[in-house]
Design a protein around this ligand. Structure first.
Ligand SMILES: Cc1cc2nc3c(=O)[nH]c(=O)nc-3n(C[C@H](O)[C@H](O)[C@H](O)COP(=O)(O)OP(=O)(O)OC[C@H]3O[C@@H](n4cnc5c(N)ncnc54)[C@H](O)[C@@H]3O)c2cc1C
Length: 299
């Protein structure tokens, strides 16, 4: 099927984007990489009358590092973020999530901000953003506001972006530099490159004595939006991260889950698999952190 007719404006500045959005109401829509929006338009799941193309707005692309976070402009391509040495070094969890997002071709066009604005509940960028506690900046003609990811991602395919707003930047916190950091992201999906059925992400840091001094965890696929696994994080902070401790602690996410059945998997399957997937990424991240800790002692 082809999309219904629409007007198109290629914006050159952020001011122009905001001006157009302020007059467009709910009929105007930003197009970034088009990797989700164009398919939705072709299937008539979205029918915007006016597309505002932000791909040529210089102020919306780029990656900047600050002392405690890395700021990624919303229209930065997923492929550019994946190739960024700053992201590999400073936000290793996002770097681990990006290869699981679609395919090389979709990452070459798809953007970091587009993935978050689209709001698919198992999007890997969203999973990393929830795990790390990302902050998002939104601009409108009336000014800017910054939301944390829990305020931004309010439901499946639902965000707090207002009709007149453009997502401009996402800030991903860096892990503490004094610890040996390990990260892992894993998922079950029908085929490589597909959206996940169940996913999980872990970033943890080991102190010199081998105890867990930092841990960030999120689980996706068994809730309308990825959940931050706070009770498990609390239970494992300060621990030695033994296998049985991890296996017990991941069960603490059960009250946070509210899975639903769909064509891909039943709610019961999602509930059963989510804690195990979380345990798996914690153990993978722990093993990587342990190698770094040991290397640190011998170098
Ligand atoms: C074959 C295929 C496989 C895929 N597999 C995966 C996968 O495994 N995991 C995954 O996470 N994704 C997957 N995707 C989706 C892909 O990651 C998209 O890139 C992403 O969802 C949307 O980013 P985009 O830049 O293309 O946004 P667009 O499609 O241009 O826009 C998506 C939505 O976000 C809004 N939007 C975009 N930018 C902004 C902004 N700056 N401010 C406000 N609103 C904005 C648009 O108005 C639209 O509503 C897949 C896509 C395809 C085609």
């Amino acid at each position: 099927m082809k999309a219904a007719a629409f007007d198109y404006t290629r914006a050159d500045t952020l001011d122009q984007v905001l001006e157009l959005l302020s007059h467009g109401g709910d009929e105007a829509r930003i197009i970034a990489g088009g990797q989700s929006l164009v398919a939705m338009m072709a299937m008539r799941l979205a029918r915007p009358e006016h597309l505002i193309d932000i791909n040529h707005v210089d102020a919306l692309a780029g990656i900047n590092t600050a002392s405690d976070h890395v700021a990624i402009k919303a229209c930065t391509r997923q492929a550019a973020a994946m190739a960024s040495s700053a992201i590999k070094r400073e936000v290793p969890l996002l770097a681990a999530a990006l290869p699981l997002v679609g395919h090389i071709q979709t990452r070459n066009r798809g953007t970091i901000g587009g993935s978050l604005a689209h709001g698919d509940p198992t999007a890997e960028v969203l999973l990393a953003a929830v795990a790390l506690g990302a902050r998002l900046s939104l601009a409108s003609i009336g000014g800017t506001r910054t939301l944390n990811i829990a305020e931004f991602s309010v439901g499946a395919m639902e965000t707090a972006i207002l009709d007149e707003e453009c997502l401009t930047e996402i800030q991903f916190p860096k892990p503490p530099s004094a610890l040996s950091i390990g990260v892992a992201v894993d998922e079950i999906s029908p085929r490589a490159g597909d959206y996940a059925i169940i996913g999980a992400a872990a970033e943890l840091g080991l102190a010199e004595d081998g105890s867990c001094g930092h841990i960030r965890l999120a689980s996706s696929g068994a809730s309308p939006v990825p959940v931050l696994c706070g009770p498990t994080m609390e239970a494992l902070t300060g621990s030695r991260l033994g296998d049985s401790e991890i296996d017990d602690a991941v069960q603490l996410i059960n009250p946070l889950l509210s899975p639903e059945s769909d064509v891909q998997a039943s709610a019961a399957y999602r509930r059963r698999v989510a804690p195990g997937m979380l345990a798996r990424v914690i153990k993978m991240a722990r093993d990587k952190a342990e190698i770094k800790r040991t290397e640190g002692r011998t170098s």
